[in-house]
Design a protein around this ligand. Sequence first.
Ligand SMILES: C=C1C[C@]23C[C@H]1CC[C@H]2[C@]1(C)CCC[C@@](C)(C(=O)O)[C@H]1[C@@H]3C(=O)O
Ligand SMILES: O=C(O)CCC(=O)C(=O)O
Ligand SMILES: [Fe+2]
Length: 386
Amino acid sequence: MALNGKVATESAPSNLNEEMKGEYRPPFGGSDESKVPEDFIWSEKFEASELLPVLDVPTIDLEKFMSGDKSYVEEATRLVDEACRQHGIFFVVNHGVDIEMMGRVHDCMNEFFTMPLDVKQRAKRKVGESYGYTNSFFGRFASNLPWKETFSLRCVAAQNSSAAHDYVLDTLGSSFSHHGKAYQECGIALNELGTKIVELLGLSLGISREYFKNFYKDNDSILRLNYYPTCDKPEVVLGTGPHTDPTSVTILHQDPVSGLQVCSNDQWYSIPPNPEAFVINIGDTFTSLTNGIYKGCIHRAVVNSMNARKSLAFFLCPSHDKVVRAPEELVEKSPPRKYPDYKWPMLLEMTQKRYRPDCNTLEAFKTWVQEGKALDTGSTMTAPSA
Ligand SMILES: C=C1C[C@]23C[C@H]1CC[C@H]2[C@]1(C)CCC[C@@](C)(C(=O)O)[C@H]1[C@@H]3C(=O)O
Ligand SMILES: O=C(O)CCC(=O)C(=O)O
Ligand SMILES: [Fe+2]
């Protein structure tokens, strides 16, 4: 892969098994030992720091919440409401997802991302599509490239769907069957967790527990595996730039390597990893469903020179035919109605073809829908579609 002839220095991630260490090369690295390619440098807009203050984020015990204990339900909904109005992020523990299963998924991720590039590219993501393997979004963006590789899979709620498993088998072949099974099992578990989260959010917003549970019953979601290789100059690159997720609610699992940072009141904070917990963050689609009451969480991921980092994100998305429209009760609480009605594929398409997701995606989308005009986004996407 060409990178202006300039290359980055990479050391093998410490979590590789011995026989793989000698072989691993980040797909965007090369042979010049001292340079980060210019297209990866974020230094103008970004002051890297691993020493940020830790954000005070509430931790919700989901088992206790689901048990219906009245005083805990009151406390949990108050904490979630406060967090989502302020910055859009909270943790859940006792969530019912098997942590050993998550460990198996992380093992598969290690195995997959440290495979030779030609193997990973059997599942290559095509421009304009949301599923498959990609590194540094090569060809999609012109600058501020993310220092990461990703593998995204479709996860539909339907009971008998095996979309993730089938995709892995079709693209990577039967020797990856254990990956397909692990990702499929994980998608099902996170879908169940998503249902509990939207019940919690419904109550914290003061509407019924059932409202969003019904809305997302037939969800068509995305499971994304993120892999951030080490970088010798971590202070000038970003694993993922500042953005809100365009999706609804994100359920994120981090490995023990830190890297996630969140912006609250114009100040960046770190979110330390806790492999026992899931990070929940509000995305643009949920912000519009709450008529702007709940904030989309502004976040980014930094990398480091010592350890490769992995994270796994389940992006809850409505089924493609659902109209995204805030219920009247929420509009009454915070008039006027702030967003046009839309279906999720419209916003998804904008982020894949026209606009690089950032901290302003929802406002840009609103303008685009309302005025029907072409976006002047300042985005560095290289190939906007007409
Ligand atoms: C619909 C999606 C687009 C992205 C993956 C999912 C949900 C979040 C989006 C993303 C992570 C936001 C930051 C920028 C992005 C390009 C990334 O760094 O991965 C986004 C994803 C994407 O467009 O592939
Ligand atoms: O890796 C992380 O912690 C964050 C990843 C992320 O923001 C994303 O995939 O949307
Ligand atoms: Fe994100």
